[in-house]
Each structure stands twice: as C-alpha cells, then as structure tokens.
Design a protein around this ligand. Structure first.
Ligand code: ADP
Length: 463
C-alpha cells in the first residue's frame, strides 16, 4: 500500500509529546511490513537540517530520510514556521496557528501531486493535520489526481481541537455553508478537529478503551455527538513503543544496561539516579518516578492534594516535567519541605527521562484521562512498576499482574494504592517476580502496525 503520514511532530525531528513518538515509530514498523510510505511535516526552526542531512527538494520543501527509505518532507515557510515553539511559546499559543496549519495541510496535498505520489491512504494525526481530509473532499474533490485517496484521522487527545474565532473561517477557502453544526462550527467557533472527524473516512484513537470513552459526555469534550454519528467508523488501536529507542539492554543514556533475565544493572541505575537527583543513596527505599506534563489531565490535581502525605511515607520521588505553574509551585514547596525525599526537574530532558524510567522502582501515572500513554509502556519495559488510574490506554495495558491500578479518581485512592505498592515492595522475591513479569510484557509496534494495515484496508474498501 502507498501511505502518507501527515503529522505536525515526528521523532527524531521534532517532539512535544506522544504524537511525535507514534508518527516516528509507526512508519518504521510499516516499512518493515513492506509498505511504501512518506511523511510530511512542517519545517520548524528547531529542526537541524545539517544534523539530519536534509536537502532542498521541490519549491519550499526540504527532504530527508527515516529508516531505510522513508522520505520525509518538511514544508518550509519562514513567516509561519521559522520561530521558537511548535505550537506556541511562553506567551501561549501562536496567534496564527490556523494560518500555519492550514498552510501545512494545503501544501501537503499539493506536494503529493508535485512529486507524483498518489497514495491509497493519507493518515492524519490530531487537529494540526485534520484539514487534509476536509480539503481533500472539498477544494481538491474535482481534481482526478486525488480521486480514491482515503483518509484516516487519528485522535491522540480529543482535548486539543484547534479552536479559532469565526472570523478566521474565511481563511480556509471553504464554502461558508460548512460553517454549520454539521460542519466545522462548534459553539460559534471554528473547530478544526471536528472538520477532520466529519470528512475523514475512518476515525481512530490510540487505545480501544479511549475509543469508547470519547463517545461519552464525560470524555468527549463536546465532540461525543459527532463521534456517535460516525460510531461505525470509529476504532481504537493501542500505540506501540519503539523498542529500539526504549531498550534497557542497549540504552546509551543509562548508567548500566539490564534485562528481564539479568536485572542486576537496575540497582546501579537507581543509585545513579539518586546521586544525580541529590537524594540519599538508599537501596531499600522505594523510588517513585514521574515523567510527565504537569497538568490536571496527568493526575496532578489529586497528586498535588496528596503529595504532602506521600512525602511522609518511606519513599523517594523524582519528578521530571513542565506544565501548569500552580503544580510547579506545589512541587517546589515540597522540595523545600522534604529535600531528602523529593527531587524536581522542571524541564524537558530526554536523558533524565531515560534515567528515571531505568532507575525508579515505581512509575506514577494517575492520569484523569489517557488516550494511550507511553510512560506506562516505557516503565514496564524498564521493570519500573506502573501505578495508574484505570482509564483509556492505561486500563488497556496495566492490570494487577504487571502493576497497580485504582478505579475511582481521588486523592484517597491514589494514596491508598501507593501504600499498597510500598507494601508489595517490601516482599523482595514477590517484587522481583513482578519486575520480571512487567519486563516481559510486549507492546512493540509490530502488532499495532498490523492492526493499522487492517484499518487502512478498511478505509480503502470504503465507497
Ligand atoms: P502526552 O499526553 O504528553 O503525549 P504520553 O505518555 O503519550 O503523554 O507521552 C509523553 C512522552 O513524552 C513520553 O515519551 C515521555 O517520556 C515524554 N516526556 C514527557 N515529559 C517529558 C520531559 N519533561 N522530559 C523528557 N521527556 C518527557
């Protein structure tokens, strides 16, 4: 099959979250399945052309290679993309995001014709590329080159919809009749994700449970009705994990490599992490790790409520992440109060992330909602036992066999579950068996890529 992946961030070129991991790893897995695939993304300032050996291609496009032979095209536009931040900077979202990403979507479609790549499937991700299906079925509908191309829209997080004031609708070049309840209108605003959901052939999310959840009022962020109407075209496929990047046996960032069958190195990684985070070097104190955005979605509301109580337990804790200032402040106050217990790194740091996954005993991820979640998959791989709230992809991947899970979202249940995990940690043999079991779980991309191929076939068969 010929496939185009349209994503606004792709590992290793640009990343702010899990979308980039998926958009980088899925094409590689599909290439292994002998599919012909290209990727199209914006060319941001942060992308180092020399490092990735990117070369000028067609007008306003750079290109590079991923994997063996996956061409990656970078849409250039100095006014729109040559600035700090993928979607925003310290002052908030970039004001012209509609111009930026509608340009990217139009250019992506134009590029296909310029390079004469007529795909079976265009696989779009999140609101930033959701205009591709919209344009394809409107502005490009009469052009024979684009006939029979099918689209899939993967929603990585329905909380981010690309909402813009009504005045901006005219910029899209679409008929104003589409600014309606059945179209892109959403409570008086333009909703780009909604447009993608209406016009794509198939809608997909990143776990089976989240696919069900977003069809409910509680999780749908107002789009549950749109999804309900299209429920026969809504699917959920669990993200895989790139096991080449996340492999404790070969990870270059960690102090000592280890595996399920020889897990001894993990103790050294714990010591290394403790030293780096200026925590006492104590083997027997359970080390709790967090790598996350500091946001309510990630459970920081109940974590902030319970953190004082948690810090009083016999634990150590390392938190890496950035996010809401209020959570920065809560955690900073805990560091001031319990400097020997908790360590905080308010930044994005890939190296430290690897060290936390490897060196911690327990990975805390109490997300209020979680489309798939990569943190728990990475931690399982590194024998760091996940402790999660039962929602979305967390419910699909963590259970009492490989981790700790609570099913009622509250501080009390979170704290209680942490106590349960700490009790389990005291039983050395039991804990070693649990670590081994966790490390043997398989969430590689191989299985997920096959499911995507089935989904592409479904989309292709659509009239
Ligand atoms: P999100 O909703 O943020 O996309 P995911 O769990 O799907 O959440 O993916 C988050 C990814 O980003 C994981 O690979 C995680 O390790 C990484 N990550 C999050 N915050 C940081 C950080 N501050 N430094 C390094 N990596 C981070």
């Amino acid at each position: 099959m010929k496939i185009v992946m349209c994503a606004s961030e792709v590992v290793p070129f640009a990343k702010t979250g899990g979308l980039a991991d998926v958009a980088g790893a899925l094409p590689l897995a599909l290439e292994k399945e002998n599919q012909e695939i290209i990727i199209i993304m914006p060319r941001y300032k942060a992308i180092d052309a020399a490092k990735f050996n990117l070369k000028p291609s067609k007008n306003g496009v750079l290109s590079g290679v991923l994997g063996k032979n996956i061409k990656v095209y970078f849409i250039e536009n100095a006014d729109l993309f040559d600035r700090d931040g993928l979607y925003g900077d310290k002052n908030g979202d970039h004001k012209d995001n509609l111009d930026r990403f509608s340009y990217y979507c139009r250019k992506s479609l134009d590029l296909l014709k310029e390079i004469n790549f007529k795909p079976d499937i265009i696989h779009c991700h999140d609101w930033q590329s959701a205009l591709v299906p919209v344009f394809l079925k409107t502005i490009y509908a009469k052009d024979p080159f684009y006939k029979n191309i099918r689209t899939i829209l993967t929603i990585h997080n329905i909380g981010y919809q690309g909402l813009f004031p009504k005045d901006e609708f005219g910029k899209l070049g679409l008929d104003w009749s589409l600014f309606s309840m059945e179209g892109l209108e959403f409570y008086g605003q333009v909703n780009i994700l909604k447009g993608g959901m209406i016009f794509s052939d198939i809608i997909n999310t990143v776990s089976p449970t989240y696919a069900k959840e977003i069809q409910t009022k509680e999780f749908g962020f107002g789009l549950e009705g749109v999804l309900n109407k299209r429920r026969n075209s809504v699917f959920g496929i669990l993200n895989g994990l790139d096991y080449d990047i996340w492999d404790p046996q070969s990870d270059k960032f960690i102090a000592k490599n280890f595996s399920a069958d020889s897990p001894e190195g993990k103790a050294k990684d714990k010591e290394d992490l403790q030293a780096l985070c200026k925590l006492p070097l104590k083997k027997d104190v359970p080390l709790l790790g967090i790598v996350s955005r500091l946001a309510e979605q990630k459970g920081f509301d109940i974590l902030a409520e319970g953190i004082d109580e948690i810090c009083k337990m016999n634990i150590q804790m390392v938190i890496l992440g950035t996010g809401d200032i209020k959570y920065h402040e809560v955690m900073q106050s805990m560091v001031a109060k319990y400097p020997k217990v908790i360590s905080l790194a308010l930044k994005f740091d890939d190296t430290l992330a690897h060290k936390i996954y490897a060196g911690s005993d327990i990975f805390i991820m109490p997300s209020r909602y979680e489309p798939c979640g990569l943190g728990q998959l990475i931690s399982l791989r590194y024998g760091t036992i996940p402790l999660v709230f039962k929602t979305g992809g967390l419910a699909d991947t963590v259970n009492s066999e490989n981790g700790f899970i609570f099913d009622s979202y509250s501080r009390i249940r979170l704290v209680k579950t942490i106590r349960k995990a700490l009790d389990a940690f005291k039983d050395k043999a039991g804990w070693s068996a649990l670590v081994k079991k966790a490390m043997k779980c398989n969430f590689s991309w191989e299985a997920s890529a096959k499911k995507y191929l089935d989904l592409y076939a479904k989309a292709k068969a659509k009239k």
